[in-house]
Design a protein around this ligand. Structure first.
Ligand SMILES: [Zn+2]
Length: 218
């Protein structure tokens, strides 16, 4: 290296660099030609500034750091995660696409971002579509027992639910006992309030079968 006192210039001789023309090769060659003393630094060290720790992409430590920082910022997006990683003092190589590809496969996030599955439905039966007055066609079922306190003693009661097939309106009748006669009474009460019924759809429960047999005999 030489210093010219007249022009106040530094001059230096360069050896021949035979580096491969990869990105990394170029980056290491350029500062050796233009800044061999390191006067022009890529990063200006400020007060209390620490150079980040370089972590190679798609390595186990890189994955752990991404996961940790992503959870610390409560599952924000990939850009926020990247900022958090840099603030924590790490420098991932090829950082943006590394963080992106990691978060794309990160299971808790994947589960939260997914759309809920749509229910597959068959065609509705004709009774559901035919426009009728409320409770013309109904579907019934019995639920219970429920324990009800009546004058200090606890009794079992059941309920008869009747839903209108067209309007989906609901009617509930009380059953004193779980026998066919009570069920017939409850249906009679229901019809006294809601009017005559054309169709009753029900499951194959013992009491419903009992009602059918009753009507067939009489
Ligand atoms: Zn997440």
């Amino acid at each position: 290296m030489e210093w010219s006192a007249e022009t106040d210039c530094f001059t230096f001789a360069l050896p021949h660099f035979d580096k491969p023309t990869t990105k990394r090769g170029l980056l290491s060659t350029i500062p050796r030609i233009y800044d061999p003393l390191g006067l022009i630094l890529p990063v200006i060290p400020l007060h209390n500034y620490k150079l980040p720790i370089i972590i190679p992409k798609q390595s186990h430590p890189a994955n752990l750091i991404i996961k940790d920082q992503h959870e610390k910022i409560y599952h924000l997006g990939y850009k926020s995660t990247l900022c958090a990683i840099r603030e924590a003092g790490y420098w991932l190589t090829n950082s943006l696409s590394t963080v992106k590809s990691y978060l794309r496969e990160f299971l808790p996030c994947k589960r939260l971002r997914n759309k809920p599955a749509a229910q597959q439905m068959g065609n509705l039966p004709e009774e559901r579509l035919e426009k009728t007055a409320p409770f013309t066609r109904i579907r019934t079922d019995v639920f219970g027992p429920r324990y009800v306190k009546d004058r200090g003693t606890e009794n079992k009661k059941w309920g008869l639910v009747a839903t209108c097939l067209y309007s989906r309106a609901i009617h509930i009748e009380t059953l004193e006992e779980m026998i066919t006669d009570c069920l017939i009474l409850a249906l009679r009460c229901f019809m006294a309030v809601r009017g005559p019924v054309k169709t009753i759809v029900c499951d194959n429960g013992t009491n419903f079968v009992g009602i059918r047999n009753n009507f067939q005999v009489s």
